[in-house]
Write a protein that binds this ligand. Structure first.
Ligand code: ADP
Ligand code: MG
Length: 395
């Protein structure tokens, strides 16, 4: 997917008021910002606008306040954190739209930044209410959507407002779309897709599409158990998504007649229960006995997957290979993460937990693109149009 539209970098923003929809939906820890990855990812666009003397009004949602203001969902901690990262005062409007928000925006100097309150304090946000979109549009001269993590939703502050102002993709959103699209549309071969995590149903859309596009799909995580069950193998006490069994059967069927090799683990690491202190044993095969659960891929599987990743022209990785939160069962995920980091091919990692795993292993900077969008990146990889992006292309 390429942007046919005018680029933000070519827009004349000096002295003009620019509404930036960012995804600042960060975890809060006792009223302060926890992991600030999303705030940092929004900085390039905001800094670019500051450097070009725009008057910058940033908006975002935070959590699910359900359409009413609530102190625990205030963007106050985010405004303070953003202030520190930018090294400049970032005022917070007490509302999303209204007189006080408009007054604050009107009194911004060129190069100054402010934040509107949590867009989900307004019930019209998730309903894509035109009245809320109009209220937001009235504050600004231009609109920039940089909220890739929310691009799969048609909300008032993402899609609605884009139709009412000259609208541009922010730098983050543009990079996300360009890099994720490149994996599907113009991959260097072989294209190797590593999928793990908890559920087949979360990723079946990606599996389906990439059976047609990829050379190899490597399955790990609890996601492998519905595949084993579809083959009639015992899975013991492993986490098995029952609804995933027919999906897995369908995927194996589709793959068997295709040019795509669908690989499953050949060995596993087992535990008694999902607990850091649980007893652990290696299983040379994949038939899990009663009283045990598969919590990681085994060393032969991890080594095989790592070798395939190393030989790939393009790698897409989404979903951990095991319950990597439990130190005893992090080996498979660590081996694959290290292989992705070392791979000479073009490497893209998506998925909240996979990205967290990369960060925990200190490998984030060694991947070509780390996606900030969970659901949005999956939908884009499935080949589905993202309303937040479509709205920009149509604007
Ligand atoms: P991502 O956020 O990267 O897309 P998911 O949310 O799909 O990944 O899956 C991550 C979760 O899957 C982790 O919490 C991990 O503990 C869990 N998981 C992976 N493998 C197993 C397993 N074998 N048994 C239980 N849980 C697992
Ligand atoms: Mg997850």
């Amino acid at each position: 997917m390429a942007f046919d539209r005018a680029r933000l970098r070519d827009a004349d923003v000096g002295g003009r008021t620019v509404l930036v929809r960012a995804d600042l939906n960060v975890p809060l820890d006792d009223g302060t910002v926890g992991d600030d990855t999303r705030i940092r990812a929004a900085l390039p666009t905001i800094q670019d606008l500051i450097s070009r003397d725009a008057r910058v009004v940033v908006c975002s949602h935070l959590g699910r306040p359900g359409g009413t203001p609530a102190a625990e969902f205030s963007l106050r901690p985010v405004a303070d954190h953003l202030s520190r990262l930018l090294g400049t005062e970032v005022g917070l409007a007490p509302e999303v739209v209204g007189e006080r928000a408009s007054e604050m925006a009107a009194s911004l100097d060129p190069g100054q930044v402010m934040l509107l309150e949590n867009t989900r304090f307004e019930p019209g946000e998730t309903e894509n209410d035109p009245e809320l979109s109009r209220g937001l549009a009235e504050i600004a001269d231009l609109f920039v959507n940089d909220a890739f993590g929310t691009a799969h939703r048609a909300h008032a502050s993402t899609a609605g407002v884009a139709a009412l102002l000259p609208a541009y993709a922010g730098l983050l959103l543009e990079c996300e779309v360009t890099n994720l699209s490149a994996v599907a549309e113009s991959p260097d071969r072989p294209l190797v897709v590593v999928l793990g995590g908890a559920k087949v149903s979360d990723k079946i859309g990606v599996i389906d599409r990439f059976i047609e596009l990829a050379d190899q799909i490597l399955i790990g995580g609890a996601m492998c158990f519905p595949f084993f069950r579809a083959r009639g193998l015992p899975t013991g006490d492993s986490l098995v998504e029952e609804d995933g069994i027919p999906l897995a059967a369908g995927a194996m069927e589709k793959a068997s007649g295709s040019g795509c090799e669908l690989c499953l683990p050949v060995d596993l690491a087992l535990g008694r229960e999902f607990d850091p202190a649980t007893e652990k044993r290696e299983l040379g095969g994949v038939e899990v006995p009663e009283g045990w659960m598969g919590l990681d891929v085994g060393p032969r599987t991890a080594a095989d997957y790592a070798a395939r990743v190393g030989a790939a022209g393009t790698v897409l990785w989404n979903g951990p290979m095991g319950a990597f939160e439990l130190e005893q069962f992090a080996d498979g995920t660590r081996t694959v993460a290290e292989a992705v980091a070392a791979a000479p091919g073009f490497t893209v990692v998506g998925g909240g937990d996979s990205v967290a795993a990369l960060a925990r292993f200190g490998l984030t900077g060694r991947v070509d693109w780390v996606s900030t969008g969970g659901g949005a990146s999956l939908e884009l990889l499935e080949g589905r149009p993202l309303p937040g992006v479509e709205a920009l292309e149509a604007a």
